[in-house]
Design a binder for this molecule. Structure first.
Ligand SMILES: NC(=O)c1ccc[n+]([C@@H]2O[C@H](COP(=O)([O-])OP(=O)(O)OC[C@H]3O[C@@H](n4cnc5c(N)ncnc54)[C@H](OP(=O)(O)O)[C@@H]3O)[C@@H](O)[C@H]2O)c1
Length: 228
């Protein structure tokens, strides 16, 4: 039986790492919904240039086993709160609705640490809002990843993020592993965890914090060293 996946956000920090990991897995086809052409080519990879305001037209591509959503933006890039909500809430929610229609087995999405629809802060509030909306869909299996600060090489300059990463680098020699994960997590590890999660059949909603991401990655690395 063939196995396929769809990914959105594969040009981003986590999404790009995730695409590389998924291409090594046992999928026969991976559909990448993108706004602009990807720089990589691979026999399993099907690039689908997409206008995310017209996601409805993409329904046929959602006839896959697993859907991964790594979409997101910043207020600086989006230029308004409304535009940011479109990318961080409306598009992922639309994707989840299409996944539901196509009876996708597992929907995996990145939200954020502290996501809470009742938060006074805009970013955790919209992430919480998205999570609440996704939960209403009763997807077969919904995995919500809530990473702390993401670590990784980014072309774009994000001042706030950089300051957080500098602080993390200063403090990390004095922090326990658990505290380090609470503070920040490698984008690559988020990607590994996202790819591993659907390998176990778990129905309903599961939320993964950075500490749980680290545990999944450690376990995965342990299993790999046993089999190699
Ligand atoms: N940064 C952090 O420390 C942090 C912490 C916790 C959670 N998160 C969340 O984790 C997720 C992934 O973060 P990341 O840093 O990997 O994201 P990223 O590097 O900013 O990548 C975002 C992805 O979303 C796509 N995107 C943005 N605007 C779009 C639009 N209008 N239409 C279609 N696609 C659009 C981008 O595509 P293009 O290349 O076409 O722009 C890109 O593929 C986000 O939801 C973020 O909020 C981030």
């Amino acid at each position: 039986m063939t196995k396929s996946a769809l990914i959105a956000g594969s040009t981003g920090l986590v999404g790009n790492e995730l695409l590389q990991v998924l291409l090594q897995k046992d999928y026969d086809k991976i559909y990448a919904l993108v706004r602009k052409p990807l720089t990589i080519k691979h026999p399993k990879l099907v690039e689908v240039i997409c206008d995310f305001d017209q996601l409805d037209n993409m329904e046929a591509h959602f006839a896959v086993n697993h859907v991964y959503c790594c979409l997101g933006t910043t207020i600086k890039k989006a230029k308004s709160k409304g535009e940011m909500v479109k990318v961080d809430v409306d598009y992922p929610y639309m994707m989840a609705k299409l996944a539901k229609k196509q009876k996708v087995e597992h929907f995996v999405i990145i939200s954020s640490m502290n996501a809470n629809a009742r938060s006074k802060l805009f970013y955790p509030r919209i992430k919480g809002l998205l999570e609440d909306k996704l939960k209403t869909l009763s997807l077969t299996s919904l995995s919500i990843i809530r990473p702390s600060l993401l670590l990784g090489e980014r072309q774009e300059k994000r001042r706030g993020e950089r300051a957080g990463i500098k602080l993390y680098q200063l403090l990390s020699p004095f922090l326990s592993d658990d505290k380090k994960n609470k503070f920040a997590v490698e984008a690559k590890n988020v990607a590994i965890a996202m790819a591993v999660i659907p390998e176990k059949e778990v129905n309903g909603v599961t939320i993964y914090t950075s500490e749980e991401i680290a545990a999944i990655v450690n376990n995965h690395r342990g299993n790999q060293s046993i089999t190699t």
